[in-house]
Design a protein around this ligand. Structure first.
Ligand SMILES: NC(=O)c1ccc[n+]([C@@H]2O[C@H](COP(=O)([O-])OP(=O)(O)OC[C@H]3O[C@@H](n4cnc5c(N)ncnc54)[C@H](O)[C@@H]3O)[C@@H](O)[C@H]2O)c1
Length: 338
């Protein structure tokens, strides 16, 4: 296979490295407007063929176009790539609007091409382990998500911190609860430095009795990457800053003897054992690249497809509307994607 990568900034070189090391990929093209980025890729990956103009890349005989440019350019590049018959890999967040996401999904379907949305965390050993624990019934019904993803930098020029960081958490949430429907979103935040919020809080409400909260921040002095998943049987903690024990399973919970007579109710707290299951450490991007190539061969959607990208973008869009309206609750209409 031949792969062309547009955007060789912070993230693009990781795509170059992972596609170049896949046994079925015999040529990687890289494309960027910046001479410095092209020179850096040439020095690190000398076998990569480099181009400055994406129109030239689209004329090449490539199977996959991977897009790692700023979010507001994803749609343009993705549409052009599909129009010229290429499968597309698009970085998170998939698109800048849900309408764009829907248009790309429809176009790919019409042309029988595949879309991979890079929700990288889905391919990590930790998230795979969490899904396994949820599917086995060990965690019980999920009642809440509570997540913190904060650090100092990197500011994005075109989107706020929710669009930049929350796609990771939202994609994990959707993956762990594939059958739960998000019905409304509320978000608050502050833009201290320029047009886009650098600190934000996002609340997500579900059709059933579940709630999720995400705290994202580009201006935190410490780096925290921690997610709590509360089940009615057990609870999970995913701490991505841990080197070894990334996932911990707590046999902890709360039981009420009577919900009706709350003043007389006996609240029982259960605090049992904690264990940390072994999680695989293979690099997520290499598994993502392998999954996409396998999906193309199998003429099937990859594990993180256009519809998954669309679902995340719907929440991001609603969060933006909410922030602009000082945290008002925004309902998500369940637009179905064909
Ligand atoms: N999956 C992940 O974990 C992850 C991590 C970081 C970033 N990302 C995503 O990757 C994308 C890029 O983010 P980044 O941090 O690398 O941004 P960046 O600004 O560091 O890099 C973007 C690159 O695109 C290039 N570019 C812009 N317009 C171009 C054009 N018309 N033709 C060719 N090149 C062009 C720029 O010159 C720049 O080098 C974003 O969508 C971001 O959300 C994903």
């Amino acid at each position: 296979m031949k792969v062309g990568i547009i955007g060789l900034g912070y993230w693009g070189p990781n795509l170059v490295r992972n596609f170049a090391s896949h046994p079925e990929v015999d040529l990687v093209y890289g494309c960027d407007l910046s001479d410095d980025r092209l020179a850096l890729i040439k020095s690190r990956f000398p076998a990569t063929e480099l181009l400055k103009d994406y129109n030239e890349l689209l004329k090449k005989d490539v199977d996959i176009i991977a897009i790692a440019t700023p979010v507001d350019t994803h749609f343009k590049f993705a549409k052009m790539a599909l129009d010229t018959g290429k499968h597309i890999w698009v970085e998170k967040p998939f698109t800048a609007t849900s309408q764009e996401a829907q248009d790309l999904i429809e176009l790919a379907e019409k042309k029988n091409l595949r879309i991979f949305v890079d929700h990288t965390f889905i391919y990590t050993g930790a998230v795979q382990k969490m899904r396994e624990l949820v599917d086995s019934g060990e965690i019980g019904e999920i009642k809440y998500f509570d997540s913190v993803r904060v650090n100092l930098g990197l500011f994005q020029h075109d989107v706020n911190v929710i669009w930049d960081l929350a796609p990771h958490d939202l994609s994990i949430m959707n993956y762990l609860m594939p059958n739960s429907k998000v019905v409304a979103v509320a978000a608050n935040g502050i833009a201290n430095y320029y047009d886009h919020e650098n600190v934000a809080h996002l609340s997500v409400y579900f059709e059933d009795n579940c709630f999720a909260h995400f705290h994202v921040n580009w201006t935190s002095p410490v780096k925290i990457r921690r997610m709590l998943v509360g089940g009615d049987k057990k609870m999970l903690v995913f701490d991505d800053m841990e080197n070894f024990e990334k996932v911990k399973v707590y046999d902890a919970g709360v039981e009420m003897s009577s919900k009706e007579k709350i003043h007389e109710a006996l609240v029982q707290y259960r605090m049992g054992d904690m264990h940390s299951p072994k999680v695989k450490s293979t690099e997520a991007l290499s598994l993502g690249a392998a999954e996409f190539i396998s999906a193309i061969h199998g003429n099937r959607d990859p594990l993180t497809c256009g519809k998954d990208g669309f679902d995340v973008v719907k929440i991001l869009e609603a969060s933006e509307k909410s922030i602009k309206n000082k945290g008002r609750l925004i309902e998500i209409n369940q637009l179905e994607v064909v």
